[in-house]
Design a protein around this ligand. Structure first.
Ligand code: GDG
Length: 473
């Protein structure tokens, strides 16, 4: 088996532990790497006075890791800047929050160069290299420039925006061209892949043949490869004490009321303000539900150094206060809004105690919370998933109650429908979704991507490759 080198912006270190508030990528990647005895390379999350390229090797959760520290300027311009203030909002269709600055773009290029320089001595000729997410799009180009001809793949965890939005980025063409130095690009859904193809068709002199784009001397396969859960591992929490205790604690404190749950990083893409507004409308338009339901929203803060995240936090504090001020009674708090993280086992118990799982992002590459909510349900008496049509997960979880997160009315109707849904319908919908979550789990996802990465280039690519070189010469 060929060795896998996975690269992502952050690498989970041992000290942060299994129960830290880990993003979807960290959870999924650890499972994929354990299978292939690979090496996981990335930023430690630590700051250093001067970048030296010194690598720290560790074992974390059974995975070999190699990490580097970054300078303050790198963190500002590359991570807080280009990644989180330019690409993240733009790729989540939030042009209003997208900040364009040359310093950010410069920091992004510099850190990608630093990653390539530091990583280069670790790569053996037969290694497969798998780069993750929007922080590191130009990395293959940097490695190719240093002579690496390994198979290199890229997986985009977030949406790919339509061409008209991408063009707001001053160097959009260079960015897309750099991506065509990969052998495989993985997308969470066909919608994001199609947006990428739309850009290539409109702006590059490239040849598109089914899943393959040939540009210059390389043919790149565009793969739809939706990320899954480590379903078996996640579901093993059903036997854990922490899960049982969390479930019991919630059931007791609910005193017979139905619980609706949301679990999201505190991020504007997750549609939390819109969700709170929809919940408010639910209580206003259906007064019979007052005192009968409550919403538990878990929202651990993230990216607190970025102003738009401070702003959303302030807005949510105000909104939750006003909803509780308007509706609460002496023994009923309609909205429990919690800014802290819980262990994965506790989360399992929290999901299981909820009659409705509310997952309503305005835009999301996939959304693993939707899958976790379904996986945690008791098949004999499952809760109902209410899911945004703009989450990548909606393409797979068609049996959810699908809602438009921009419409409070649609969301309020969806929640009411979920609360009233008869057992047989709940069971049928749950069965269909669980089937997909079990079959297309994280192991399926990594095998699918690795198979594509490990395969030889399609023979038909060779003549096209010669022609393309001749055309561009
Ligand atoms: C990106 C894409 C894509 C949340 N609170 C706690 C906690 N979490 C865990 C959840 C879930 C993960 O964080 C969040 O998953 P998402 O899928 O919503 O992810 P993003 O962070 O936005 O990540 C996304 C994902 O990459 C994977 O490709 O699905 O679309 O945006 O696993 O459970 N975990 C713990 N405590 C918490 O309080 N332990």
């Amino acid at each position: 088996m060929r060795r896998l080198i996975a690269i992502s912006n952050r690498v989970q270190t041992e000290t942060e532990g299994e129960n830290a508030n880990r993003g979807g990528l960290a959870v999924a990647l650890a499972a994929a790497l354990r299978e292939s005895s690979g090496l996981w390379f990335g930023w430690s999350g630590e700051q250093t006075d001067e970048f030296t390229g010194q690598i720290t090797f560790r074992k974390a959760n059974g995975v070999a890791t190699a990490t580097i520290d970054l300078e303050a300027q790198d963190i500002d311009e590359y991570y807080n800047g280009f990644a989180n203030r330019t690409l993240w909002p733009l790729f989540h269709y939030r042009l209003d929050l997208t900040e364009i600055a040359r310093d950010f773009a410069g920091g992004y290029a510099r850190v990608n160069q630093r990653f390539a320089e530091t990583l280069a001595p670790l790569i053996e000729p037969d290694d497969l290299v798998w780069v993750h997410d929007y922080h590191l799009m130009p990395l293959a180009q940097q490695l190719r420039a240093r002579g690496f001809e390994n198979r290199i793949g890229f997986f985009l965890h977030i949406p790919w925006p339509p061409p008209s939005l991408l063009m707001s980025l001053p160097d959009h063409r260079e960015l897309v061209e750099s991506l065509l130095d990969y052998d495989v690009i993985g997308f969470q859904s066909d919608e994001w892949r199609q947006s990428f193809i739309d850009y290539v068709t409109a702006h590059l002199d490239a040849e598109i043949d089914g899943e393959h784009v040939t540009f210059g001397a390389r043919s790149t396969r565009l793969l739809v490869c939706p990320i899954g859960l480590d379903t078996a591992d996640f579901c093993s929490a059903v036997h854990s004490l922490a899960a049982k205790q969390a479930e019991t604690r919630l059931t007791v404190s609910a005193v017979g009321r139905e619980m609706i749950v949301g679990v999201d990083r505190l991020d504007y893409s997750k549609g939390l303000q819109e969700r709170f507004a929809a919940y408010e409308l639910l209580l206003t338009s259906r007064p019979e539900l007052c005192e009968k339901v409550f919403l538990l929203q878990i929202a651990p803060p993230s990216r607190g150094d970025v102003p738009s995240y401070q702003q959303i936090r302030a807005e949510l504090n105000a909104l939750s206060g006003s909803i509780n001020g308007e509706f609460a009674s002496i023994d009923w708090v309609p909205l429990r809004y919690v800014n802290q993280g819980y262990s994965r086992d506790e989360l399992f118990g929290i999901y299981r105690a909820a009659k409705v799982g509310l997952v309503t992002p305005l835009r999301d590459g996939m959304n693993l919370v939707a899958k976790e909510y379904v996986a945690a349900q008791d098949p004999a008496d499952p809760g109902v998933l209410v899911l945004s049509c703009f989450a990548g997960a909606a393409a797979q979880l068609e049996s959810a109650v699908i809602v438009n997160p921009h419409s409070s009315e649609d969301m309020a109707d969806g929640i009411a429908r979920a609360l009233a849904m008869p057992l047989a319908e709940r069971q049928e919908r749950h069965r269909a979704m669980l089937d997909c979550i079990v079959k297309q789990d994280v192991h399926w996802w990594s095998r699918r991507f690795m198979d594509a990465l490990g395969e030889d280039p399609a023979p038909s690519a060779v003549p096209r490759l010669v022609d393309a070189t001749r055309n561009t010469a």
